[in-house]
Ligand binder design. Structure first.
Ligand SMILES: [Zn+2]
Length: 256
């Protein structure tokens, strides 16, 4: 009961936007020192993969406290937590762009950031699109323009976890259509989690059909790239591990 009460407080903290967005302990910023440190431990330092056919930039591996934070954002009405994480994603992406010799030499034009959309009914139920919230914060840091409706999800697709690899691709065929993107500026797709890449590939097809170049894909967390490097953070494990763990596991069942 005590664990549940503490978890309820954390959720209420999100709703009221008071205290640490992850654990609700008093703090002058978005995150208390412990949560800030534990979340930053989820950041990856390895180079993004180059064999996907498109540049993929991931801030962190999907595991540990990052997985729990994404659960809070998506399923516990805590979109505010996307703000600091989107800022970190933007800072890391900028650093990668400036440090990567290939990017410097190409002098790539500034892309328009397009979040992976939710189906309209689902977004109405949730009240927000977590990818859009991350993109807002990402654009605040990078200064890139945001096309909130650059892509539209036309179909309410089945949950990807129920499907095989081939079925995942078929499930997302024609799921998207082009939305509002001014001109022919290159696009930078942004999502919360990258798993099989089926969602990204379906989105890429839309822009390719419209002859709009896609400069790359930016995600907060990449699943399956490495075994979880960090165990569940001690603070959450002690205070509300059972409840948060159950919610985090629900991401794997609902993720598309
Ligand atoms: Zn905290």
């Amino acid at each position: 009961m005590q664990m549940l009460n503490r978890f309820t407080k954390a959720v209420l903290g999100c709703l009221l936007d008071e205290g640490c967005l992850a654990c609700q302990r008093p703090t002058p910023g978005d995150l208390c020192r412990d949560c800030d440190r534990q979340l930053r431990c989820c950041q990856v330092s390895h180079a993004p993969p180059s064999n996907l056919g498109y540049p993929l930039f991931a801030w962190g591996d999907y595991g540990g406290m990052l997985r729990q934070a994404i659960a809070l954002i998506k399923y516990q009405n805590c979109p505010q937590l996307a703000r600091p994480l989107g800022h970190w994603l933007g800072q890391a992406w900028l650093a990668h762009q400036s440090n990567h010799p290939h990017n410097r030499s190409l002098k790539l034009p500034h892309p328009v950031v397009v979040p992976i959309p939710m189906y309209a009914d689902k977004q109405r139920q949730r009240g927000y699109n977590q990818a859009e919230r991350l993109a807002e914060a990402f654009c605040q840091v990078t200064g890139l323009p945001l096309a909130r409706r650059g892509l539209v999800r036309e179909r309410n697709t089945s949950p990807q976890f129920e499907l095989s690899g081939a079925e995942r691709e078929a499930n997302l065929q024609q799921a998207f259509r082009l939305g509002t993107v001014k001109g022919r500026s290159p696009v930078l797709l942004l999502d919360d989690i990258y798993t099989s890449g089926a969602t990204v590939r379906a989105a890429l097809q839309v822009f390719q059909a419209a002859a709009i170049p896609v400069q790359g894909v930016v995600v907060l967390a990449r699943a399956g790239s490495h075994p979880p490097a960090h165990p569940a953070p001690p603070s959450l494990r002690v205070s509300n591990g059972a409840a948060v763990g159950a919610i985090a596991r629900s991401i794997d069942r609902r993720r598309v």
